[in-house]
Design a binder for this molecule. Sequence first.
Ligand code: CA
Length: 229
Amino acid sequence: MAGEKILIVEDEKKISDIVKSYLERDDFKVTVAQTGEAALRQIKNTYDLVILDLMLPDIDGEDICRAIREFSDVPIIMLTAKSSEDERVKGLCIGADDYVVKPFSPRELVARVNAHLRRTRKDEKKILSFNGGLLKIDTASIEVLKAGATIPLTTTEFRILLMLAEKPQMVFSRLQIVNAVQGYDFEGYDRVIDAHIKNIRQKIEDNPHKPVFLKTVYGAGYKFIGVPD
Ligand code: CA
């Protein structure tokens, strides 16, 4: 789909130039912010996806991620030199959807951008309702409602919940989940999926330790146990 708007937050011009040219070749409209301050000004505009460098000269990329999440569920792909699993999980915990470790191939980054946007585009529009209307998943507005109140989920959290909720009682492995929502797997994905599930539970379950929607199946993965209306 042509003309989708991407914000690149990156202080290294060499990197942002390369990524920008690859994205423009795919017909994306690209804006570059070279500082955290510029990024915070830019994010007030509407973007379809944000590529966010973690190491910026003025403001920590993680703080920018949090600031975006205060008002938007736009897909965020973080760029980072931090490759440890803990850092990756931390990034996802503050609401990023994906992680690319530097140095990366621009082609791979663009593939991930497309994978994230394709999933947003292709979802069949419908409303799923569970447990007597207690939990509703609206795939048109990409919104989850719990007892009528909007639950703020990130795009990745939404996709995981939707994938499981579309097939109640079916057990999905962590590998199946990561492949379905990210389009690829990576080292340490199992802990990343666990972190996403934990976040979703904290948002949709009355008691995350006694879930009535997202159940852990030990040694196998997860399943959605809500009752369809
Ligand atoms: Ca940087």
